[in-house]
Design a protein around this ligand. Structure first.
Ligand code: ATP
Ligand code: MG
Length: 507
């Protein structure tokens, strides 16, 4: 009989506005186990972990560590009990180095002197032990997202974490990085430490967890042994209905080319060439998927199309109109919708409410405004979109930053799709979303296609691209390696192209 290192008993948490984020939740964590919290967007996963990390206090309920009741009133208390939290949205300071970030807030032995050397050595030990490849002296802003996550994990280990809480750690990782993270988790739990793992991705949940607790709408549905449950059963427990893993779509009926890139070249933010002679044409009524490992020019490609980055040569045409290096406003006004790469950075104004976020494109047009903003219309418009797009929120006064990830994405979809754009440029549109929400996004995007939109769909998930695209272009190092038909390409061929083989070399 293994010991429960942690027990959360009857935890309830209500937010202002009446959202019951957690209702009477019970959770037991064994020593040495990987315990997953699985649940839809907004199910209450981050909330209960924020309670565990001392960030929020519960309205009621108890927490026991090693069978003794504790009160966790601040993240410091949580650390004292060995709870190390890696938040869904990282808390690092980009302008500081790795060491500085790791030791920030820890009392130094010989204050006011910082023991940078000693700390760097310890960081290197963790990095080597878990194969993280982190340079303690690197500046955090220079690190990839995956590396930044390692720094967050090191921060927790450095503070003596015996329970590591990882809130959607794989949402930002590529397949190889996920393998590395899983190796780290296995090593960590083999030493009798425990991990609480949060993810929506049922495949990886099956792979890494010992047990799974499913939450739905703030309540616990069940705790199950991973080996005793199938993937469809998990999906159904999570969403409350059967889930289609395959998006249903009719054969595309492509029309005229609507978005045409001709020999586009562009530099990245470091001044290095990011796009090399990229030529693509997306037709009305089709979804052109763009596959590639993150960082191979996808961001720059989308930015060039949307007028957010200057191209150094080549042209972009939208419905025959030349919009090369045009102002973003002009491009949006050509009936182009945009689902940006990072919903929190460029998709939404987190400090504004839902109403305001929903009019970011249209606020200057009738009926949204005529000299002054027409708040009555804007409110009604928002309420209709909240209803139509099933955005889970008490009302439209809520700040966008307070919505769960999936609901934030629905908010963007509502804004970008409700006017039925001719062209939709979507990047990582389902990143961090649960199976139900992914199904929802796919359905909406396919409906736009069927209504005649030309859709450019950038993703790093091969399964998703095979599922949703009518054609797939593979990008590597800023170059198109070829365009394939999802019905007769293998995952291996796609993988090879993503690693830099040209399509004709595969034939
Ligand atoms: N600080 C807050 N203020 C008000 N409401 C909040 C706050 N944090 C979360 N909520 C609400 O509580 C509910 C649970 O949110 P939570 O972030 O815990 O969900 P989640 O399961 O982590 O979702 P996701 O998978 O999208 O990250 C949601 O309805 C959310 O809008
Ligand atoms: Mg969350």
């Amino acid at each position: 009989m293994s010991i429960n290192i942690l027990e959360m008993k009857n935890i309830t948490k209500t937010f202002p506005g009446g959202v019951i984020a957690n209702k009477n939740i019970n959770l037991k964590l064994r020593k040495g186990e990987v315990h997953t919290l699985l649940g839809e967007n907004g199910a209450g996963k981050s909330t209960i972990m924020n309670i565990l990390s001392g960030l929020y206090s519960p309205d009621s309920g108890n927490i026991l560590i090693n069978e003794k009741p504790v009160s966790l009133n601040s993240p410091k208390d949580a650390i004292k009990y060995g709870i190390g939290m890696v938040y869904q949205h990282f808390q690092l300071i980009p302008e500081l180095s790795v060491v500085e970030n790791v030791i920030l807030g820890i009392k130094q032995r010989r204050e006011p002197f910082l023991d940078i050397k000693g700390s760097a050595d310890r960081i290197l030990e963790y990095s080597n032990k878990y194969n993280m490849g982190i340079d303690p002296c690197a500046m955090v802003w220079q690190l990839s997202v995956g590396q930044q996550q390692w720094v967050e994990i090191i921060k927790a280990l450095y503070r003596g974490a015996r329970i590591l809480v990882l809130d959607e750690p794989t949402a930002v990782l590529i397949p190889q990085e996920i393998d590395q993270l899983f190796n780290m988790i296995r090593q960590f739990t083999a030493a009798d430490f425990s991990v609480i793992f949060i993810s929506h991705k049922i495949n990886e949940v099956k792979e890494i967890s010992d047990r799974i607790t499913i939450l739905r709408k703030g309540q616990k549905v069940n705790t199950v042994e991973t080996s005793e449950v199938s993937k469809p059963e998990l999906a159904e427990m999570m969403v409350g209905r059967e889930v289609l893993f395959k998006a249903y779509k009719k054969k595309a009926v492509p029309g005229v080319p609507a978005l045409v890139l001709d020999k586009i070249e562009a530099d990245n933010s470091k001044g290095l060439q990011a796009l090399k002679i990229v030529s693509l044409a997306v037709k009305k009524g089709e979804i052109l998927g763009i596959a590639g490992v993150d960082g191979n020019g996808q961001s720059e490609l989308v930015e060039v199309i949307m007028g957010l980055r200057k191209s150094t040569s080549g042209s972009v045409k939208v419905m025959d109109k030349d919009v090369t290096n045009a102002h973003p406003r002009e491009i949006l006004d050509c009936s182009v919708g945009h689902i940006p790469e990072d919903r929190r950075v460029s998709g939404l104004m987190l400090e504004m409410n839902l109403r305001e976020n929903l009019i970011l494109h249209d606020y200057h047009t009738v009926p949204h405004s005529k000299f002054l903003l027409n708040w009555k219309f804007i409110k009604e418009h928002a309420e209709k979109l909240i209803e139509d797009y099933d955005i889970r929120t008490p009302n439209s006064d809520v700040l966008a930053g307070k919505l769960s990830g999936g609901n934030q994405q629905k908010l963007i979809l509502a804004r970008e799709l409700h006017g039925n754009p001719d062209i939709l440029v979507a990047m990582h549109a389902t990143r961090g979303l649960d199976v139900g929400a992914i199904e929802y996004v796919h359905k909406n995007i396919i409906a736009q296609r069927d209504a005649g939109a030309a859709i450019l769909y950038v993703s790093t998930e091969i399964d998703e691209l095979l599922n949703i695209s009518d054609r797939i272009a593979v990008i590597h190092s800023g170059e198109i390696m070829g365009i394939v038909n999802p019905d007769n390409v293998t995952i291996k061929e796609l993988g090879l192209m993503m690693a830099g083989s040209k399509k004709d070399t595969l034939l």
